[in-house]
Design a protein around this ligand. Sequence first.
Ligand SMILES: *Cc1c(COP(=O)(O)O)cnc(C)c1O
Length: 445
Amino acid sequence: MCQPDQNRRLVTEIPGPKSRKLQQRRGAELADGLGLTMPVFVENAGGGVIVDVDGNQIVDLASGIAVTSVGASDPAVARRVAEQAERFTHTCFLVTQYEGFIDVARALNELTPGDFRKKTALFTTGAEAVENAVKIARVATGRSAVIALSHAYHGWSLLTMTMTAKNLPYKDGFGPFAPEVYRVPSPYPYRWPGGPDQAAQGALDALRETVLTQVGANNVAAIIAEPIQGEGGCIVPPAGYLTGVQDFARELGIVFIVDEIQTGFARTGHMFASEHEGIEPDLITTAKALGGGLPLAAVTGRAEIMDAVPAGGLGGTYAGNPVACAAALGALETIEREALVQRARDIEAKVKPRLAALTGEASAVGEVRGRGAMLAIEFVRPGTTAPAPELARAVSAACHAQGVLVLVCGTFGNVIRLLPPLVICDDLLDDALDVICGAIDEVQP
Ligand SMILES: *Cc1c(COP(=O)(O)O)cnc(C)c1O
């Protein structure tokens, strides 16, 4: 529930002295390869606010990258986690079983789009879910090739980093990559040559050509797409594209995997973003908001495809950990009780028009886009569509200095993305928007 007493409050500069001291310890102890958005250390978090160790109250427009959609200390999640942890923390579901695993699977089978019988397997991280979806598709089809999109993001592991489009920082130096991954253009409306109206058909034509003439449909196990590309820049595919991919995949016996890891669980104003397009993917990968902050991931899909892998082929020591399952049931309870699907739509209705007013011929805001509480601002050199990553960085730095946590994303690093917890109050959102709009005003050349 929205906590109306929450507000933004800075008592030191950001980062404050205590965070700076911890930052020094981090430098001495931690591998440099671990990235960082905002150099503060957290004391507690919940609702729409993160309180750092110096006592600063920061407005959270990141949700730990679309994870804590119900807030970072949701009472239903916290209570179920505590209860489960007191009973047992782990058995390994592959060794001895527990009911929570089935309850989460049943919820996913029911909630995901698709008017057919579904089954689910639980895992720990999103990358694992994507890897397993590919493994399942390969066994089910007896084929090996995977088609992924430009601007795609699917994870940090070898296969999923191969499927991820962007070199820096995800892939650089980490090759050789996994074989049999092919890339087709994503229909990025704002940047599609010939304009947004051409994007859906153009991208579908390119997909057909790659599959039919370069790879051969009889070699393609799966086509995978995010229903809104998150890390790639919060890119919303044009109407008709995803249904076109689905039709094409069905025609050729290719498994259509939709990666809902970032978009799932009310984030976009539907329980799953696939519902905006009316698609019914063969397999859906989920993670992030599923576990309400605890590590949990899933592959859900057509029973006959899911059952293609024989016993022992799927799993993981921590896959579907009982505490994470308890957290997921708490998160789902809160999404339903607090009507967070509708809340995501209300957030869009409130935030998007304010941001959209910043676009214009001479503006550095090239486009405002997104759905529900997954919204983004793309920065360009005014009067052009040339990406302006320096402006995105400057706006983000100004927001952070004023206690508003935003994330930069995009293949060109020029997009600021807003992923607030869905339980954030309107007052906090308004205040954060004032800060963002002010920061954009200041950096406009
Ligand atoms: C975050 C993300 C992943 C990877 O999830 P991890 O839990 O970090 O492994 C995969 N796909 C999409 C679309 C994501 O946003």
